[in-house]
Design a protein around this ligand. Sequence first.
Ligand SMILES: Cc1ncc(COP(=O)(O)O)c(C=O)c1O
Length: 383
Amino acid sequence: MKLFDVYPRFEIELEKASGVYLWDKKNQKYLDLYGGHGVISLGHTHLVYTAMLKQQMDKIGFYSNSARLKIQEKFANTLTVFSGYPDYSLFLCNSGAEANENALKLASFHTGKKRVIAFKNSFHGRTAAALAVTDNPKLAAPLNQMHFPVDFVTLNNENQLMEAIAKKDVAAVIVEGIQGVGGLDIPSAGFLQFMAKTCQEQHILLILDEIQSGYGRSGKFFAHQYAGIQPDIITLAKGMGNGFPMGGMLIHPKIKPWPGMLGTTFGGNPLACAAGLAVLQVIKQEALMQNVMEVSGFLIKELKKIPEIKRIKGKGLMLGIEFDFPVVDIRKKLLYDHHIFTGSSANPNLLRILPPLSIQKEQIRIFPAALKKVLKNIGTITS
Ligand SMILES: Cc1ncc(COP(=O)(O)O)c(C=O)c1O
């Protein structure tokens, strides 16, 4: 059977991985500055991670949420310590889209309303509600159109936000901690504070999508913590499981559950919880958030020496490197000539960097050097 051909793929067959490196079937080594869409937080096949998963596999690999699973509670308690949200509760699912789908549904249940305010250039996933708040009409099938009313407003524009809120039937505002797919724009601290205050006054729920920007990637556990706000719902996935499919949301105590309100078969399964616990344990043991800031500072300093770079966007190890021209060929050259994986975004001129949080300065330093060499050949690349 053929695979349903929906992804543009590089002609590289990956066979194994360790730390910040990947190897293809010819044993060529690659530096992973993309982490498979920002998923690899600890590094590939981290020993603590694989040991904890194997141990859990031998104990109990799966049971549904119809029975108590101690490891779920252990995971929730550990996450409390890291997240700084002791009185919030945790709902576990399997992916980012599913987390946002449930967050939007929860906001609608809680408020009894159905309009949602989202932002231009947003990406929240490909399931029905998550897609409805994603600013990319190309991804929407006919059945996704007019799903529920959504207003897309410009990031950091208080007037546009207030105009949308004036429509009165707003259940939620959903915003990314740092825009990922859209191109690394950040809601300013002032804007987040204004939005949190306004949402509270208007009984609208504020949903912070930290699926890509959370779990230490920005240098704080959540990117919104730079603004000192407390959203009503925070959605998680990607780095949460270091590759084990896992998503979730933190829910403000004012939002009350009732039996059957939300549900999932696989969400919160013991293997995902073991992966999640390993991630949190290693983030602490290896001081990964501190590492993010140190490596990010070093990388930005090096990148600033490259005159062709127009702008460096993002925070921590969620960075966008913007040029005056498309990066498609730069990415190919970095991959095939210098064996470095990087990412793209909706902005064709922007290179997206999402390395494992454990990457060291000595490992990342080959990237600015390779980029300089690639840029030197730019005449041949763009012609
Ligand atoms: C900010 C954000 N939200 C949601 C998603 C969707 O996550 P998933 O692909 O796990 O459904 C993504 C994926 O890129 C994302 O970057």
